[in-house]
Design a protein around this ligand. Sequence first.
Ligand SMILES: Nc1ncnc2c1ncn2[C@@H]1O[C@H](COP(=O)(O)OP(=O)(O)OP(=O)(O)O)[C@@H](O)[C@H]1O
Ligand SMILES: [Mg+2]
Length: 504
Amino acid sequence: MVSAIDSEKFRTLIDINARLNSSYTDFRSLLKTIVESAARLVGAEAASLALFDAPTNTLRFEIALGPRGPELQGKSIPASEGIVGWVFQNKRSIIVNDALHDPRFSPTVSKEISYSTTSILAVPMKVKDKTEGVIELINKTSHGLFVDDDLEWAELFAVQAGIAFDNARQYEQTEHELAYLHHKVQEEQGWHPLIFSSKVMQDRLDLVKRVAPSDASILILGESGVGKELIAEQLHLNSRRSQKPFIRVNCAALPESLLESELFGHVKGAFTDAIRDREGRFEAADGGTIFLDEITELPLKLQAKLLRVIQQKSFERIGSNETIRVDVRIIAATNRDIEKLVQNQEFRSDLYYRLNVLPIQIPPLRERREDIPTLAEYFLTKYARETNRRGIRFSDSAMELMLSYSWPGNIRELENAVERAVLISKGTTINADDLMIGKQPASGNERFQGKELKEAIILFKSNYIRSALEQNRWNQTETARYLKIQRTYLSRLIKELNILQSKE
Ligand SMILES: Nc1ncnc2c1ncn2[C@@H]1O[C@H](COP(=O)(O)OP(=O)(O)OP(=O)(O)O)[C@@H](O)[C@H]1O
Ligand SMILES: [Mg+2]
């Protein structure tokens, strides 16, 4: 005869079974239902599911229900500690009705969360014969004792939990793999995946999608390293121009004479080095998008020429009278206070107004901290793969440090910190120290020890200039201003001292 409670147990199992195939994405809630049902139907005051974490050799309480559940949830214990540890190691179920007098019982957790444990029923959760965790039911209700029948039911629930867990894990792995491949394909085509989870970045991306179809010029504003170039890429990719060229030009990278020819091209004989006709970047971008980075560094003369391209879509190559017409969407970016430059007449106001029809402001990382874990994990996966260190993870203190740091160099700085940490960390965990953030780089005299004065001076100069360049985002005009030297002198020093920009 099937009793009323037994038939409820069967019904619950059948319900869970039905959800097993439908709730891949919501597996935590399914696991929670399973643990909850087990506790209710077997009759326990509290229940938990601890999952094994191989890198740290611990069992982590993934789900914890009952009076002290919230305190227990998320805590980890060594994989050999307590009754849970015993069940995990021995892969066998157990009933302990007098927990306090059982040598295997570890009072640490109970004490820590001030919960008194009397009776325990614990069963392994297996996936394809491998024990992945332990379901623990605590304190049989009405001061009763757990019996074999309870244990058999708990094992049935553990089987269901194992299937749910396995489904979810495989689903998750497939999703990771797919996202990774998608990013890889994008990267191989020269695109950078835009990673975020904050609402403000979602709002920015929504805005990008709304304005992408239009041909209006766009000005992207924001501090160095916030991802302005990535936003420009998204504008292009979401526009009707996506199959046409996306041409990047850094206006700070070239002196005026070269920049003009780079942008607009020249004809043979236009100047001494013009030995043949050359197409400019605007022509190359025809039908597509041109991205003018560091737009404030565009010399005034070229600002006028650019204004005409925006208004009339036409220009001439250097040394030619022939007017060339192009269909190019212009996206410009700057990390400087362009409005102030306009006030100081260092940037043409008419050009500014034409560019600023649709400004997009990208907030610094410290104003969207929700993005920090997402980005950090993304960079970790990327560099762990590249260096064959899969399975490496952040310690809690490393994550806390990243969350509290102000990231003046924004995402570029975060990416560099994670890349470096992957290289210098030992074992499978990245500690706070490995991030080397918020500290001055090693200075001191030891670097110069044993060196001749001349050699030490060269070393100092090259380090000093490199750090000035880094502070000024390798913008030579700004670095020269910062060091109070001529730009031409700076560029000579860079060559002489062989200072190369490190890979971003
Ligand atoms: N949301 C993001 N997801 C992934 N990577 C990002 C993101 N934002 C920025 N990055 C990475 O950070 C680095 C800096 O981004 P980007 O070059 O777009 O910055 P920027 O705003 O143009 O800075 P600057 O003003 O210094 O040119 C790049 O390596 C980029 O791939
Ligand atoms: Mg940039």
